[in-house]
Design a protein around this ligand. Structure first.
Ligand SMILES: Cc1ncc(C[n+]2csc(CCOP(=O)(O)OP(=O)(O)O)c2C)c(N)n1
Ligand SMILES: [Mg+2]
Length: 584
């Protein structure tokens, strides 16, 4: 650690900002440096912040957002002006959509030159651009405001429905100084307020509705994971026996192997539930907006949610419960003494029988030793390794590589599955993997399709440079969804979906000193992923699937409008039979 000292009786903005962040509990910062924040990053590092220099700002903000999701405290990302700032915005919005706390600090160019549009270097009115991408956007114009900016960003990113906050740090503010004694006297940090509790009458109404249900169901969203409500969720499920359906990033709040979990009988559970307790989820596209064929037409919803604006986002809700989920569930548990709730055994038996039937069907696909592999038997082999490391973080992206992984790999711990979620953003999971490894020091497994991985694959170098315990697994079918789609014209180019198939992605990590593996059979996948994970070092397993493994858009092909004329109306125009690849 190099000693960096400001002049004796003065501090400057970089030192003061670093000091304020440290006093606010910040341990890590992720970013890409350049004008005007290079020295700020070096000073922060000198003062003890772990600075993770990344290869792209989107990944840096994603890494910080992952830290926010895992810890409940905002992760911090740093960008340079205009282009670096713009690179960070998609991840800032994604974190805001996800409800993950993150603070993005962006260096920016001289205010009055930007404002008069004189042609400043990387000049952009960043604070105003950021407003559409974050919960809030601030600008530090005076060094005195640094504690205020950090405290407001901390409060807003973590309170209510958490999300992203932007702090603009223009070069004219970066260059300011302040008398050290004044700076010390004015330094303050945010005070965390107790969580707002729901109204008791809403809890009472919710319990009465649940008690009247024949087929009650709990729907767990990642909001419950963000609220760190796992103990309360488990206690409520155990006491009421109500089965639950976990959304993707709510997996692991209760281990997926729990008998109340309806992951293997989702269709039946949603179709037949008559009262659904939604905990921290939105009835959005992933749930067909709580209506239509997927749902019982007479279903009634109880929605537990921190943000009143999310109540009735798509349909009517019989019983809204607004407030902190952890506190609300505790009130629900206490309320069982006066309003007992127990799921009828007939409903549990019906779901159990369906799950047994479906699991038998899945098992054959999972354990097949067919080569070349499909997503299912490759993931079946990876599952065997994951089951030995139930504390391992799993970061996942792709289409089939996402949907099938979510179905195949059981999660055992809360907030251990980070994926491209509600928005389906490719290129998020590399940043998540870096953030999870830095934040926790624990093993991380990245699983991505060859397309998804390619968006931010350069972060493999970051993992090697910092010696992070990440195993990257790329499921290569040579394309977006699969590699054998045909060019419908005659110029001989690869189709719009086609990427390289006969390649070796694992060589990428070897260029940076990590260990690479190339697996072509389920046995090799299990052995190589097992060895890579056990090493605790940056490692990479290229899993070669069939070029025809997968289906268009994975499990959400129905969202893709199909043309009514032309060859695509009647066939997917793939080199191999479409259906064969779609079911492996
Ligand atoms: C930022 C972004 N760009 C493009 C897309 C469209 N898209 C959805 S899934 C996907 C890639 C799917 O291929 P792959 O990752 O190889 O997974 P596979 O289904 O082949 O296993 C793409 C490009 C997206 N979701 N996000
Ligand atoms: Mg692919």
């Amino acid at each position: 650690m190099t000693e960096t000292t400001a002049p004796a009786a003065l501090t400057d903005s970089p030192h003061y900002l670093a000091e304020t962040l440290i006093k606010s509990g910040v341990k890590n910062m992720y970013g890409v440096v350049g004008i005007p924040v290079t020295d700020f990053a070096r000073i922060a590092q000198g003062m003890g912040v772990r600075f993770i220099g990344m290869r792209h700002e989107e990944d840096a903000v994603n890494a910080a957002a992952a830290e926010g999701f895992i810890t409940g405290r905002p992760g911090i990302a740093l960008t340079v002006s205009a282009p670096g700032f713009l690179n960070g915005l998609p991840a800032l919005l994604e974190a805001t959509n996800n409800g993950w706390p993150v603070i993005m600090i962006g260096g920016s160019s001289t205010r009055h030159v930007v404002d008069m549009k004189e042609g400043e270097y990387e000049g952009l009115d960043q604070m105003n651009y950021a407003k559409a991408f974050a919960k809030e956007s601030f600008r530090i114009d005076r060094i005195e405001d640094i504690p205020l900016a950090v405290a407001r960003a901390m409060q807003i990113s973590t309170s209510g429905r958490p999300g992203g906050v932007y702090i603009d740090f223009p070069d004219d503010a970066v260059a300011q100084t302040l008398d050290k004694a004044t700076a010390d006297a004015q330094l303050w940090t945010a005070t965390k307020a107790p969580a707002p509790v729901p109204a008791p009458e809403s809890i009472d109404a919710a319990l009465k509705l649940l008690a009247s249900a024949k087929n009650p169901l709990i729907l767990l969203g990642k909001g419950a994971a963000i609220a760190q409500a796992e103990a309360e969720v488990k206690e409520f499920v155990d006491k009421t026996d109500i089965p639950y359906q976990p959304m993707s990033m709510a997996k692991g709040l209760i281990p997926d192997t729990d008998p109340h979990c309806t992951a293997s009988c989702r269709g039946l559970a949603l179709r037949t539930a008559d009262v659904v307790l939604v905990v921290g989820a939105r009835l959005n596209w992933m749930l067909n907006f709580g209506q239509g064929r997927e749902w019982n037409p007479d279903v009634r919803f109880i929605q537990m949610e921190i943000d009143p604006a999310e109540i009735e986002n798509a349909r009517s809700i019989a019983c809204p419960v607004v407030g902190d989920l952890k506190a609300g569930l505790r009130m629900m548990i206490d309320g069982l003494a006066t309003t007992p709730v127990k799921a009828p055994q007939a409903w549990l038996d019906e779901l159990h029988a369906d799950a047994v039937k479906n699991n038998a069907k899945f098992a054959a696909r999972l354990t097949s030793d067919k080569v070349p592999m499909g997503h299912w038997n490759a993931l079946g082999a990876i599952k065997k390794v994951y089951d030995k490391y139930p504390d391992m973080y799993l970061c996942n992206e792709g289409a089939n590589s996402l949907d099938d992984c979510r179905d195949v790999i059981d999660m055992y711990q809360p907030r251990h599955r980070l994926d491209c979620g509600t928005w389906g953003v490719m290129g998020c999971a590399m940043g998540y993997a870096i953030g999870a490894a830095v934040t926790t020091g624990q093993k991380v497994l990245y699983i991505g399709g060859d397309s998804g991985f390619g968006f931010d694959g350069m972060e493999v170098e970051t993992a090697c440079r910092f010696g992070l315990p990440i195993t990257f697994v790329v499921l290569n079918n040579g394309g977006i969804y699969r590699g054998d789609f045909e060019n419908l014209g005659d110029n001989g180019d690869p189709s719009p979906l086609t990427l390289s198939y006969d390649v070796h992605y694992e060589k990428m990590i070897e260029a940076f000193g990590g260990k690479g593996y190339y697996a072509t059979t389920p046995a090799e996948v299990e052995q190589m992923v097992g060895e890579a994970v056990a090493s605790g070092k940056p490692s990479f397993v290229h899993v070669q699937l069939a070029e025809y493994a997968g289906k268009e858009s994975g499990n959400i092909g129905s969202l893709n409008p199909k043309p009514v004329v032309g060859p695509l109306a009647t066939s997917e125009c793939t080199k191999y039979p479409y259906d064969e690849g779609a079911h492996m």
